[in-house]
Design a binder for this molecule. Structure first.
Ligand SMILES: O=C(O)CCC(=O)C(=O)O
Ligand SMILES: [Fe+2]
Length: 351
């Protein structure tokens, strides 16, 4: 079992999910490669995911059509109208580590009625609710929800493989994602450099869920931070999605799995870049347990990352709300007065 994480060759692993249900040899090679990818990088490419190429192409075309709508149509569904943090965010309005991200995006999560709130209901229950859809593009809802369902299916299969690779029962994570995992999705467009003030498409960050499945078109820009502090480019590879481990996996494995830091550099001027990120997370009322890793792996746990600008909570709902408040301070001010900005951490801990 090699853990040569310092001597990487600057190329992210490419895995084939078909091998997980394949012949015994292929399956065990896949599980070993998956475990190493999670520990060494927290990032890899995944082929063989079985998502219908027509669905994927149709989604990517729809994303382009959505962002090409007149601004007034997109502003009709601005996120500020939604206490559930759903909807459209203008270029420069989302923040990472306090700085504006030069991207526009549409956030979607599980379609649901708002949670019936009482004075005793934890505040993070307000994240549950309906999505906002553009009147000017009635077909978007069906396309996005079909992809969300497929990405959830692939994500859960991958989580089963991850549990197996870590020496756990296949359904080790099921009790914290069943019956309703968080299915956050972002449709994203990064304008070219000429339209931006900095090269920050999205600033360096970790994702909050178990795993993120990322669809890219053709334009590069995504980068992953390696353990030695260098950056590894993760350009698109046709037929694959990029997978990255999020904070929930880091928590559950006490840092054996690395929730990799990544960012996106704004594309060259005269071009733009679209992507679709799907973040498979836990149900909100779960507390993330620490998995009992088998002995050979236990020696390689690193503990959970400590970052004064990003406290990670094992209480999933709290962690989800923290991420949303921090990224969208305008929505926080409008719907969660007193919880946004500098004061949210101590105040949220009281809840
Ligand atoms: O657009 C991308 O390639 C990455 C997006 C991302 O990392 C995120 O939204 O969390
Ligand atoms: Fe991310």
């Amino acid at each position: 079992m090699a853990h040569a994480s310092s001597a990487h060759d600057n190329r992210l692993p490419i895995l084939d999910l078909g091998d997980y249900r394949g012949p015994a040899d292929a399956r065990s090679a896949f599980l070993e490669a998956l475990r190493r990818a999670l520990h060494d990088y927290g990032f890899f490419y995944l082929g063989g995911h079985g998502m219908d190429p027509q669905l994927v192409d149709g989604l990517q075309a729809a994303v382009r059509r959505f962002f090409a709508l007149p601004l007034k149509d997109k502003l009709q569904i601005e996120m500020i109208r939604s206490p559930h943090f759903r909807g459209y965010t203008r270029i420069g309005c989302e923040r990472t580590r306090g700085l504006p991200d030069w991207r526009e995006q549409l956030d979607i999560n599980t379609e649901a009625e708002p949670f019936p709130m009482t004075p005793d209901t934890p505040v993070w229950r307000r994240l549950q609710g309906p999505n906002q859809w553009p009147e000017a593009m009635p077909e978007l809802r069906g396309i996005v929800l079909a992809y969300q369902a497929e990405a959830t299916r692939v994500g859960i299969m991958l989580l089963e493989a991850i549990a197996t690779a870590l020496g756990q029962p296949e359904r080790a994570f099921a009790e914290i994602y069943e019956p309703t995992p968080s299915q956050l999705m972002k449709l994203i467009r990064y304008p070219g450099r000429g339209e931006t003030e900095t090269a920050q498409g999205v600033g360096a960050h970790r994702d909050g869920g178990f795993i993120t499945l990322l669809l890219q078109e053709v334009q590069p820009g995504l980068r992953v931070r390696a353990h030695d502090g260098g950056w590894i480019a993760a350009p698109p590879i046709p037929g694959t999605v990029v997978v990255n481990a999020g904070e929930l996996l880091e928590l559950a494995t006490d840092g054996y799995v690395h929730a990799a830091i990544h960012d996106v550099i704004a594309p060259p001027s005269g071009s733009d870049r679209c992507s679709v990120a799907f973040f498979l997370g836990s149900k909100p009322d779960a507390v993330v347990p620490v998995l009992p890793l088998p002995e050979p792996l236990r020696g390689f746990v690193r503990g959970v990352s400590v970052d004064p600008l990003n406290q990670i909570f094992r209480e999933v709902g709290l962690n989800q709300l923290k991420s949303r408040l921090r990224s969208h301070p305008d929505v926080a001010d409008a719907h969660y007065p007193g919880l946004g900005g500098e004061e949210f951490l101590p105040r949220m801990q009281d809840r």
